[in-house]
Write a protein that binds this ligand. Structure first.
Ligand SMILES: Nc1ncnc2c1ncn2[C@@H]1O[C@H](COP(=O)(O)OP(=O)(O)OP(=O)(O)O)[C@@H](O)[C@H]1O
Length: 487
């Protein structure tokens, strides 16, 4: 089907000239003589690309462009201007224009700009389709618990119902949220995530609802919040139990009315977002303790999906290990490894407090360090973290090969803090905090202030790491903007 181009210009002869050129080049062309009409056309039917003049009476092209980007953030728009200053071009690009053409329009240049915009769009769509396809196969596990989860996903995804996913850290709550999105009618729209525990309290409102330029110190430009970014898609609110109470009230209003204002803004924006929330806390207990609003709980908890800890669904271990092992071998350029029955037995006996995430990391270590082609029980035992006080495991398939030995998962690099000197002037609690602060600062310094890496080094959840930073009053380097998603 030919691509459709919407041309927006108040000069009739330009509309007609461009229409003829584009029709001859094989495009379907629609015309709009002013911005309002352009907005109506784009809202009413699919348009592949917009070609729009900057200078128009009533609503100028840049204003229309900003509105279009709110309506359809990925719509390619090419701006045209006879009074093309660098300033206008820069502004148009900042607002989301894909290209800028100077009038009088050179036909070949215009056709190249259109082709590029459409090519870019096709690549985005291909990526999205690929992600959707992959999303379907992201989760594995054939035991009754997983079967129940799959069935809930299948039944819930196509609806608009809000979902609350509960379960310990690392049990796959985010994967469930992604699967719900991928199997919903919103799958072509964005999936946006916010970890409520990872954002400092004073920044969470701006993260969720965005802010206007100058709304507070440091708000140097307008920024859209996660709700706006998730328009026509899904917003995944991870660790919702950690959301500050003042924000719980504001969130409730958006969920009830589908409307919000950016921080410092007067305009009310309508958003069409499906919210999926997750928590590792018992929200009913949080309500009893007065830390979580009951009315919000009922709003987010239309359908509940519980993701049980791995120790309660050991039947999934073989298929998870097999999947992770294949992936890890491919990622590390190794021939596929297999697991001896003893190695499987050793791994099945472990309790996995870090759940599937821990299992995945462990399998990655096996894929990197074991000599293969079959992982022995001794190798698996050597790489498993030992629980406190437990005797070293003694797997039966000795002798152990002379292969490389793994460092402990959270082994600190050389130079890590370690020396303890008791101080009479500090309480026990303060000395524990001093030690924690020293460890966190060391991990940050060692990873060039990269929170994800630092948290990994300490084998801590990133959200937990952020909480610790805050509790210990640690201010990070210049990149600490409170937007942990970027790290
Ligand atoms: N059923 C599964 N199949 C394949 N991989 C899984 C499964 N469950 C979890 N994982 C993997 O385990 C890791 C942790 O999963 P995920 O981040 O979804 O857990 P979570 O419960 O959201 O964790 P947290 O509460 O810490 O944010 C990811 O690497 C994920 O791909």
């Amino acid at each position: 089907m030919p691509a459709s181009v919407l041309i927006v210009d108040d000069e009739k002869n330009i509309l007609l000239t461009l229409q003829t050129s584009l029709q001859l080049a094989g495009y379907n062309v629609e015309l709009a003589a002013h911005g309002q009409l352009a907005l109506e056309v784009v809202s009413a039917r699919p348009v592949d690309v917009v070609l729009m003049d900057v200078k128009m009476p009533d609503m100028d092209g840049l204003t229309v462009l900003a509105r279009l980007m709110e309506l359809k953030p990925e719509l390619p728009v090419i701006m045209m201007s006879g009074h093309g200053t660098i300033d206008t071009a820069v502004k148009a690009t900042q607002l989301g224009a894909r290209d800028f053409l100077e009038k009088p329009i050179a036909r070949d240049r215009m056709l190249v700009a259109l082709r590029n915009a459409l090519k870019h769009q096709a690549a985005l769509e291909e990526l999205r389709a690929l992600r959707a396809e992959m999303g379907r196969y992201d989760m594995v596990g054939g035991g009754p618990a997983m079967q129940h989860i799959f069935s809930l996903i299948q039944r819930t995804a196509p609806s608009e119902g809000r979902v609350l996913i509960t379960g310990e850290n690392g049990t796959g709550k985010e994967l469930i949220a992604r699967a719900l999105h991928q199997n919903s009618r919103r799958k072509g729209g964005p999936f946006v995530k916010l970890n409520c525990a990872a954002v400092p309290h004073e920044l969470i409102e701006s993260e969720l609802f965005g802010h206007e330029k100058g709304a507070f110190t440091g708000a140097v430009s307008m920024r859209r919040g996660k709700f706006e970014l998730a328009h026509e898609g899904t917003l995944f609110l991870d660790e919702i139990g950690d959301m500050p109470q003042a924000m719980q009230a504001k969130l409730l209003r958006v969920l009830q009315e589908g409307e919000l204002e950016r921080v410092g803004g007067a305009e009310t924006l309508k958003v069409d977002v499906r919210v999926i929330a997750a928590t590792n806390k018992n929200l009913e207990k949080e309500i009893e303790a007065g830390r979580f609003r009951e009315d919000l709980y009922y709003r987010i908890n239309v359908v509940q999906i519980h993701s049980p800890p791995l120790r309660e669904r050991r039947e999934d271990l073989p298929v998870l290990i097999d999947t992770f092992l294949k992936e890890a071998c491919a990622r590390n350029g190794r021939r596929p490894l297999s697991l001896s029955p003893d190695a499987l037995a050793v791994m099945a006996a472990h309790s996995y407090p870090g759940n599937v995430r821990e299992l995945r990391n462990l399998v990655e270590r096996l894929a990197i360090l074991c000599e293969g082609p079959t992982v022995t029980g001794a190798e698996a035992a050597e790489l498993l973290p030992r629980s406190k006080g437990a005797p070293p495991p003694a797997p039966s398939d000795a002798p152990s090969p002379p292969g490389p030995r793994a460092p402990a998962p959270a082994a600190m690099p050389p130079g890590a803090p370690g020396g303890f000197r008791p101080r009479a002037d500090r309480t026990f609690r303060e000395q524990v905090e001093d030690a924690e602060r020293e460890i966190l600062l060391f991990a940050l310094a060692h990873t060039q202030d990269n929170v994800t890496e630092a948290a990994r080094l300490l084998d801590l959840e990133r959200g937990h790491f952020y909480k610790k930073l805050k509790a210990l009053g640690i201010k990070r380097g210049s990149q600490d903007t409170g937007t942990p998603e970027n790290h």
